[in-house]
Design a binder for this molecule. Structure first.
Ligand code: PLP
Length: 457
């Protein structure tokens, strides 16, 4: 079989700055071993996130020029609305400035103290918005979703037994809606099957609970369904996407992922009464209903991006290039979460650095090693991000896994960039016993991964 190539050619380039190992060592020290503090200009390959980092197409840039900046009823709004309705079939389409704005509006309307909102795994901003409303966010992913080495075609599935258990325990009246995140970002970018969405829909129907998608990566999820779900191979991605949305009452979307844009979001719903209340909040905090906190040109770029992301040659290349990175690392002996998800590869930092205990932050130490060795930036998902102090005992409580996430921006890097990443990680792995642990010298009370300072042990 031939190489699956990037299905685009390059029309405009952004130079990358090459630095020496000595320069990077100085930059890393100045950033106190925290990659969030490194200026992006000093990063060679930036795998910090796949959010808002996509390269736009020539048609999207043409849309930017065509943007209609009229306050109400702009041409760009109608194009955006038509694009989203065509893809999802949803009657009410609200533009927002990004995913968390959609979440904030939705949970201000349906959340509140005493309520429970289940999901396979809540993304951080979804959980934060639910908790901000006073409600409780509950993760109900299938057990395989938490086992890094277990293969399952749909590790993002929501466990129907756990959902029935929650309903029996707290009562359906306390559950204003159930969510399913596709793909399951916090669970490693793992997909959810159509059969699972249908089964969860049936349970929700029995108890009159609305079902919403967190649909940030709906197209990547549809690609996995086409590849892995029995009987779906001959369906088009559009048909699969339509079926996904046909089974739900609404969705929150960050267009910074599968919208292939740098800013934007969407809130979708069927219920007329809920939509009217959402529109009122939208006007209060985001903007009028035909622009929702965005410029007309942003709506144009989204209208086009949401169509391009459904192209099967694009999705084949996208999912293949992430898997290619995962396979390269496994071949080099590096343990990752298997199988590779849709948008990122997660390295098991404890297996990479067995000499570093969790309180020496193996994931954070690895970030420093990747940057120093090859100018690569990634993010730690381990004790820096999720470690906490137990107020009762004063002891540090560590999360179950120490991970480093390599997130792949869409249409930005070529195969030789990815080969370079594999080579860099493999070389660091060869000398892994030299990686030194870290200790925190200064950290804020909340969200410490953004600004914490470290030194080598
Ligand atoms: C990124 C993301 C969000 C939040 O979107 P923002 O545009 O960053 O506000 C919500 N859910 C999931 C699954 C995401 O990946």
């Amino acid at each position: 079989m031939k190489t699956i190539i990037e299905p685009f050619r390059i029309k405009m380039v952004e130079p990358l700055k090459l630095t020496t190992p000595a320069e990077r060592d100085a930059i890393l020290r100045k950033a106190h071993f925290n990659p969030f503090q490194i200026p992006a200009e000093d990063v060679l390959i930036d795998l910090l996130t796949d959010s808002g980092t996509s390269a736009m197409s020539s048609e999207q840039w043409a849309g930017i020029m065509r943007g209609d900046e009229s306050y109400a009823g702009a041409r760009s709004w109608f194009r955006f609305e038509k694009s989203l309705r065509d893809i999802t079939g949803m009657p009410h389409i609200l533009p927002t400035h990004q995913g968390r704005a959609s979440e904030r509006i939705l949970f201000e309307l349906v959340g509140g103290p005493g309520k429970y909102v289940p999901n396979n795994n809540h993304f951080d901003t979804t959980r934060a918005n639910i908790e901000h409303s006073g409600a409780i966010a509950v993760d109900l992913v299938i057990d395989e979703g938490g086992m890094p080495r277990v293969h399952h075609p749909f590790k993002g599935n929501l466990d129907p037994h756990k959902l029935r258990g929650l309903i029996a325990e707290v009562g359906a009246k306390q559950i204003p809606l159930c969510m399913i995140t596709v793909t399951n970002n916090s669970g490693g970018g793992q997909p959810v099957s159509l059969a699972n969405i249908r089964e969860i829909r049936r349970i929700c129907d029995q108890h009159h609970i609305p079902l919403f998608l967190d649909a940030c990566r709906f197209a990547e999820n549809a690609w996995f369904i086409k590849q892995r779900e029995p009987g779906r191979q001959d369906q088009s991605i559009r048909e699969i996407v339509r079926e996904m949305f046909s089974m739900v009452d609404g969705a929150t979307i960050s267009a910074k992922k599968d919208g292939l844009v740098n800013i934007g979001g969407v809130l979708l719903m069927r219920d007329d009464v809920l939509a009217e209340r959402a529109n009122n909040l939208l006007i209060l905090t985001e903007g009028f209903v035909t622009y929702g906190g965005l410029a007309g040109r942003d709506l144009e770029a989204m209208a086009q991006g949401f169509q391009e992301v459904l192209e099967e040659d694009y999705l084949n290349y996208r999912i293949r290039s992430v898997a290619y990175l995962g396979e390269g690392l496994l071949k080099a002996g590096v343990q990752i979460i298997e199988p590779p998800g849709g948008h990122a590869i997660y390295i098991d930092a404890s297996a990479f650095c067995p000499h570093l205990p969790p309180d020496q932050f193996p994931g954070q130490a690895l970030l420093g090693a990747f940057y120093r060795h090859g100018g690569i930036r990634a993010v730690e998902i381990g004790s820096v991000m999720f470690g906490r102090t137990d107020p009762a005992t004063g002891q540090t409580v560590h999360p179950s896994m120490q991970l480093v996430r390599l997130a792949i921006p869409r249409r930005v890097y070529t195969q030789s960039h990815i080969d370079y990443v594999i080579e860099t990680v493999a070389e660091v792995f060869q000398q892994r016993e030299k990686i030194r642990g870290l200790r925190i010298t200064d950290a804020p009370q909340v969200l410490r991964h953004f600004t914490a300072k470290f030194e080598e042990v």
